[in-house]
Design a protein around this ligand. Sequence first.
Ligand code: S3P
Length: 416
Amino acid sequence: MIINSTISLPGDKSISHRSIMLASIASGVSCITNLNDGEDLQSTIKAMQSCGVSIEKEGDTILVTGSTLENPIEPIDCGNSGTTSRLLTGLLSSQHLSFSLIGDASLSKRPMNRVITPLTEMGCTIRSNDGLLPLHIDASNGLDRINYKMPIASAQVKSAILLAGLGSKDSCLVTELKHSRDHTEIMLKSMGADIKVDGDNIEVNPLSSALQSFTMDIPADPSSASFFIALAALLKGSSLTVENILLNPTRTGFIDVLEKMGVQGLVSNPTINNGESCGNIQFIGSDIKSCDVPAHMIPSIIDEIPILAVIAAFAEGKTIFYEVEELRFKECDRLDAIIKNLQLFGINAYEEGNNLVVEGGKPTKMAKILSFDDHRIAMAFIILSIVAFKEYHIDNTDCINISLPGFFNILKEIQA
Ligand code: S3P
């Protein structure tokens, strides 16, 4: 099988969440195209609608009319979406709302203390189920300033604090442990917020006037693209071009690791869109080499580790991903899910402390994929199975709708 294709993909999920949330508190109407079409985004859209925001679809455009937010009547259901739950906790607190957050079985097991701790320090009153959802937040009159040193690398936590800072009494400072995705900072700046980034330090000032509305065509999601790129990379002689993909350096770690593995991405037509770098990128399938993936790169590939582990399964030699403990707190325990699935396919993979080790070669056994109801685990191992055995068996594919409902159509399109 050889692939020779050019694809366009739905917009980046992280930017899509932020665009809906920030447009909701901006003055005027924001026009958003190529919004991510996954279920997680529906959770964010419904959440903002339940706070009284008008969000409508007109043709391909989503129109968000910013307004003063109202207390939602019902608990907000964040579904499977960690980004919705963490960012909303900060955003709605900044708007002095009282609200409750609930989520599905997976989200209800994910740690919320990481946002509860700093927001409580800012004066939020938050009740939780022992650090888990449901959360109940009581309106505050105005939040206190914070100078917060992040104990973990997390864009969701950083963003929750920055968004809360928009409604604080004084400027807030966040110092990152490791550099994580910076879409909140970029979007806030482009909407007129007073936010400064200096190395690991981010300082945000309370809003003195409403954010400006915007028009944005959201660039293709590199995390969604990574599955198709992996397929092309593993099929020697293949070529795949992804058009207008997000190339923000906090998100291109996947491309950098692929390069270490011997597959180069060729960028063309680079542009800047609302402060975000993007362009077209082409990959040619070739032999895969194992490599070391150092700890400092992990935040920039955090969502791509399942598919990178799959690529490593086809490499000669041992690939080590260093300090990947954050994988345990994703939609499922992804460290465990990656290892279990690789082992099912006959690949020797294991944990060594907080590192993930994949001894490459070739999958030797056909297996039924265990998705753990996690979209990225499902897509990553479907790619492994197709490359190794030209077919796949899996316990559940519905979870793929969380981020990429068009996955199977695109897969069919590029294999045609
Ligand atoms: C996201 C940040 C990451 C990532 C998630 C999306 C975001 O989570 O895994 O899929 O949009 O901010 P953490 O920041 O908790 O690592």
